[in-house]
Design a protein around this ligand. Structure first.
Ligand code: PLP
Length: 422
């Protein structure tokens, strides 16, 4: 009898033995092509010795200090690296242990920014449906992931107010460009209804992951969002936990648009699965009022900015740079998308193929013309994922479809180091 709580309590799961490159091997020696990078995490592949050497050396030197007592060379250098990768835009990093915590920290930073400027009534954060920002009560409150929310609705403090920019199933049954980005303008209407004096920030994933299978907004969308946020004195938080650090073929997902966020969250690809680490990263303008005021960002976890995770993440980012992996993600993503589009022509159940770089989504439908999903929602996704796994291919499920509750979709997101043949 197993005493471990697994995702499905009595489900059967192979026991992993080791990983190398884009493959995982179970205890019986069966190999699995990790085409989802786990949970869109292992961007540099498994078993990279350059990274495990750094991890080992840092563990020997010092693996933990409490951030209220010490800073460390590893944490300082990692923050500097993120600053440089953002071309000087993201000046300050707050390190945490998961994407969820990064969301919570970003939310608190936004509220505190306005409190320290004497605008303490700005306490609300707006978000979109078909989104995922994390699993704790605060971050789940922001998340438009209906399946993950419904059981806990009484605990949640808020709900999303804005539709997703889901062109395949446009919330207005319109088409780009004649829609004139009506879904982006919805943010403005929400602000007017609620009152800008109550709103601190708007949070969105540049390209939607778990709740949208790589839904990619049309050109001009984030420029419009940025403009609305500026006009109403509202911070724009880009949740780059999934999209950040090369996953979409650019360093940051927001780089696909001419719109820079005020706060960015990073996770997944930051430690690339070699260590649990994530970050809320902010511009100078966001932090300045706090610097001048209380001088303390009111958040933190025991393991925040621990040297072991920071050194490991730094070596991941150095590896990404050294091997030009952001460009690799762009090029291989374009190749994979081209091949997936060929499958779309061949198979009637593939309704849409979308995404950028190596964050690609495939949405399945029963009827291609009407885009009607299969009646057994999510069952098909599970079947596809299980059959693929039996055949040695790992995919990631996504809750795309009608309102993110009726439909089937998977994310394909291999490590950037994958080769064409693989
Ligand atoms: N934000 C986004 C965009 C995510 O995709 C995820 C996880 O899938 C999270 C936040 C939460 O991150 P974590 O699972 O590390 O807490």
């Amino acid at each position: 009898m197993s005493h471990l709580i697994k995702p499905i309590l009595d489900g059967t799961y192979p026991k992993v033995s080791y990983g190398k490159g884009v493959f995982l091997y179970d205890e019986h020696g069966k190999d699995y092509l990790d085409a989802s990078s786990g949970a869109v995490t292992v961007s540099v592949g498994h078993g990279v010795q350059e990274i495990t050497d750094v991890l080992e050396n840092q563990a020997k030197r010092v693996s933990f200090v409490y951030r209220s007592q010490f800073t460390s060379e590893a944490a300082e250098r990692l923050a500097e690296k993120i600053y440089k990768l953002s071309n000087g835009h993201l000046s300050y990093s707050f390190f945490v242990n998961s994407g969820t915590e990064a969301t919570e920290t970003a939310m608190k930073m936004a509220l505190q920014h306005f409190q320290e400027k004497g605008q303490g009534s700005k306490l609300k954060i707006l978000s979109r449906w078909m989104s995922y920002h994390g699993i704790t009560i605060g971050s789940l409150s922001m998340s438009g992931h209906s399946i993950r929310r419904t059981r806990f609705v009484p605990l949640l403090q808020d709900y999303p107010t804005v539709s997703a920019p889901y062109c395949y199933r446009c919330p207005y049954q319109m088409e780009f460009p004649s829609c004139r980005l009506r879904c982006a303008d919805e943010l403005e209407r929400a602000i007017i209804r609620i009152g800008e004096e109550h709103i601190a920030a708007f949070i969105a994933e540049p390209i939607i992951g778990a709740a949208g299978a790589a839904i990619t907004p049309p050109p001009g969308y984030y420029e419009r969002i940025r403009d609305i946020c500026d006009r109403y004195n509202i911070l724009f938080i880009a949740d780059e936990v999934m999209t950040g650090l090369g996953r979409t073929g650019k360093m940051f997902g927001y780089d696909h648009w001419e719109a820079k966020p005020d706060i960015v969250t990073l996770g997944k690809g930051l430690g690339a699965g070699y260590t649990p680490i994530a970050a809320a990263v902010a511009t100078e303008e966001v932090i300045l009022p706090i610097k001048k005021g209380s001088k303390l960002v009111m958040s933190g976890h025991t393991f925040s900015a621990n040297p072991l995770s920071c050194a490991t993440a730094l070596s991941v980012l150095q590896y990404v740079e050294k091997h030009n992996l952001v460009d690799e993600s762009a090029q291989k993503g374009a190749y994979l998308k081209k091949e997936l589009l060929k499958l779309k022509e061949r198979f009637s159940i593939i309704g849409d193929v979308r995404g950028e770089g190596l964050l690609l989504g495939v949405e399945f439908v029963e009827d291609k013309k009407t885009k009607e999903p299969f009646p057994t929602s999510a069952q098909l996704t599970n079947q596809i994922i299980q059959t693929a796994m039996q055949n040695g291919l790992l995919l990631y499920p996504s809750a795309a479809g009608i309102e993110g509750v009726r439909g089937d979709a998977v994310i394909i997101s291999p490590p950037f180091t994958i080769k064409e043949g693989e």
